[in-house]
Design a protein around this ligand. Structure first.
Ligand code: PLP
Length: 361
């Protein structure tokens, strides 16, 4: 069978070693004669999984002790509502940095609960799309928090250096870049991420929240989205997505075995550099994002001759390079190269691209 590399933006690849281990223990987990997904979340064995996974992600991200780590449901979109409902307190506005599709989706949800101060930072530099520098962002004096998305999965736009928001409470949607590099968690109020890109299977959502932000939720907030309720119940207010949690825990261990986030950042840099340099080498392919804002995780690119799109997708699929079709909003191609994508996968893609160009250029 052809070696398959899956460039999906999410659900995305899980490290092959993790999948193999999960397969081995699927039907007889820890010698219990049953699978992990069939046992109670309150059993001693599952509590161990929960505790170990929390410890591992705390180690990996160096999460300070005054932060709670919550394992939630509902994806990042549930957090678009949970954030304002948990954090507005008596304020009626929050700053929303709007740099792309997902930041804008968060704005639309927040509008149900407050009047967000929307700061559109999208711009163009020549024929490239990019983001305005922070000196041009007009934050409101009266906002409860500032929300931004460091990596726009669809647009392929990234804000790699955390902006200096002064003493604002900073909330970040890290869905498509969490665990891809070290970050200073202590500078954030809340970090959240859907699991299905760099963490594990869809169904789990990670929320890291500073403790002093708990206890401000609006009374009408459903309990299942209330950070205080979740924290008081060790993320088991109701039945958590146990299989996704267990597998995510295995991904955390895999990351530690690889050398942690410093090492994974090096690999992610190398993969992204290889792909962007292949795109930039000729006019056959184009990436329309300004250099300073290019994402290391999601690389959209176009063929100069769009009439070749269908044949590119057909041939790449035959070569074992899956899910390269761009998002319907942007078109063209997109290669998502999260932690689990090995360098060999990007090498297979760039060899294919070079060969395709020779044949069709
Ligand atoms: N935020 C970002 C940056 C995303 O990439 C996505 C999904 O791709 C979402 C939010 C929505 O995530 P979910 O489908 O888990 O609600």
């Amino acid at each position: 069978m052809t070696q398959v590399y899956n460039f999906s933006s999410g659900p995305a690849m899980i490290p092959a070693e993790v999948l193999r281990r999960a397969e081995q223990e699927l039907c007889n987990w820890r010698g219990l004669g049953t699978s992990v997904m069939e046992i109670s979340h309150r059993s001693k064995e599952f509590i161990e999984v929960a505790e170990e996974s929390e410890k591992d992600i705390r180690d990996l991200m160096n999460i300070p002790s005054n932060y709670k780590v919550l394992f939630c449901h509902g994806g990042a979109r549930a957090q678009f509502a949970a954030i304002p409902m948990n954090l507005l307190g008596d304020k009626s506005t929050a700053d929303y940095i709007d740099g792309g599709y997902w930041a804008h989706s968060a704005v639309k949800e927040a509008q149900k609960y407050c009047t967000p101060n929307v700061i559109d930072i999208t711009t163009t530099f020549g024929d490239k799309r990019g983001l305005l520098p922070m000196s041009e962002w007009k934050l409101s004096a009266d906002s409860a928090y500032v929300h931004y998305c460091p990596n726009e999965t669809i647009d392929g736009l990234a804000i790699d250096e955390m902006p200096d928001f002064g003493d604002k409470v900073v909330i970040a949607d890290y869905s498509s870049t969490i665990l891809s590099r070290p970050i200073d968690v202590s500078r954030f109020g809340v970090i959240y991420a859907g699991a299905q890109k760099n963490i594990g299977p869809a169904g789990l959502t990670l929320v890291i929240v500073r403790e002093d932000l708990l206890g401000k939720a609006r009374t009408e907030l459903p309990s299942i989205l209330d950070y205080t309720v979740l924290a008081e119940n060790d993320s088991m207010f109701n039945t958590p997505p146990t299989f996704a949690w267990y597998l995510s825990g295995m991904v955390f261990k895999w990351l530690k075995e690889q050398g942690g986030l410093n090492e994974i950042e090096k690999r992610n840099k190398a993969k992204a550099e290889l792909l962007y340099s292949t795109i930039d080498r000729s006019d056959f392919y184009r990436n329309q994002v300004a250099d300073a804002n290019r994402s290391r995780m999601n690389v959209p690119f176009q063929l100069a001759d769009a009439s070749l799109d269908a044949v590119f997708l057909k041939e790449s699929l035959e070569a074992g390079l899956h899910a390269l079709k761009g998002h319907r909003v942007v078109g063209g191609m997109r290669a998502s190269i999260y932690n689990a994508m090995p360098l060999e996968g990007v090498q297979a893609l760039t060899s294919f691209m070079n060969d395709f160009e020779k044949r069709h250029g």
